[in-house]
Design a protein around this ligand. Structure first.
Ligand SMILES: C[S@@+](CC[C@H](N)C(=O)[O-])C[C@H]1O[C@@H](n2cnc3c(N)ncnc32)[C@H](O)[C@@H]1O
Length: 292
């Protein structure tokens, strides 16, 4: 009978997933095998010649089959990596995307230019990836993160605990700014970040099956043109920002001009910038508020 070592399984699963057209087949194979064996990805390489038990092989086989049918690997493995951090994910929250790391990078860079306590708000936090990554990379950031989904916030709470950030991240449930209570101007934010839903009605059909059929609708869709959440954020954001604070929004690749216009028309910002991601697509809108 064949013995299946970790090394042999990684090769076999990678090829199987590649043949089925699954994205990042090697990484996916590592995540699934690591999940079944309760090992970090790096451990798999240290234990290349370990023989995998029949029960574990059966479990892996089932998961690999589902991944081959385009069920998201992050949901099957129950975790993903974002900004080099391991995060729990479930079908209750969107899977963090590498593109969103640009939002975190710009947020951390901005916070480093400020002195003293930095108050940050992360709207639409989902599994908490943006809030957790900012807090882990900026020790003085104190973050309030909100989401409308109780179930997504339960996942965020696990990620906050996993990274021992409960003293610096508060999670609140509600529609956009609704859960925020400002008792005085000192409660206003230095930075508001948000990766809102931004898929338009027309884009629905073009979405990959693993997104359309598995990720929460609440995390994806934002009205006919995909701009509903931006409109609602821009309408209210001014009252939550300090005089020289910044708003950073992740945007869809085609939404740069429309989001720029919305921000411009609000009259609340002195400077607007649309940043491109590593694929040269518009990805983050950065709006600096007018000083008073
Ligand atoms: C695109 S996902 C982003 C999740 C996470 N921040 C990320 O970057 O991966 C959008 C999130 O917004 C939440 N959401 C949708 N509409 C909302 C609203 N009106 N108020 C608050 N949260 C909302 C969804 O539940 C979802 O978790």
């Amino acid at each position: 009978m064949d013995t299946w070592t970790i090394q042999k399984l990684l090769s076999w699963v990678t090829k199987y997933l590649a043949d089925k057209g699954v994205d990042s087949p090697r990484l996916s194979a590592e995540l699934l095998l690591g999940h079944v064996l309760s090992m970090a990805r790096i451990e798999l390489y240290a234990k290349f010649n370990t023989v995998v038990e029949p029960g574990q092989l059966d479990r892996l086989h089932e998961l690999v089959k589902r991944a081959g049918q385009h069920e998201p690997v992050a949901y099957l493995a129950g975790e993903t990596e974002f900004y080099s951090l391991a995060l729990k994910v479930t079908p209750d929250c969107m899977i963090p995307r590498p593109e969103t790391e640009l939002l975190v990078q710009r947020a951390v860079e901005f916070l480093r230019t400020r002195i003293g306590k930095r108050l940050v708000c992360d709207l639409c936090t989902g599994c908490g990836c943006v809030a957790v990554a900012i807090a882990r990379n900026h020790p003085d950031a104190r973050i309030v993160a909100t989401d409308m989904s109780e179930a997504a916030l339960a996942v965020a709470a696990e990620n906050v605990a996993k990274h021992q950030l409960h003293n610096r991240i508060d999670l609140l449930c509600g529609d956009l700014f609704d859960p925020l209570v400002l008792e005085s101007d000192t409660d206003k934010f230095d930075l508001i970040v948000c990766n809102p839903p931004y898929v338009s009605a027309d884009e629905l059909e073009a979405l990959d099956k693993n997104v359309r059929d598995y990720e929460p609708r609440l995390a994806l869709f934002a009205g006919a043109d995909g701009l509903d959440l931006y409109r609602r954020i821009v309408e209210k954001v001014d009252q939550f920002l300090k005089p020289d604070a910044v708003l950073m929004l992740e945007i869809g690749y085609s939404q740069g001009p429309a989001v720029r216009e919305l921000l411009d028309q609000s009259g609340a910002f002195a400077e607007l910038k649309i940043e491109k991601d590593s694929h040269n697509n518009d990805r983050v809108a950065i709006a600096t508020r007018a000083s008073i």
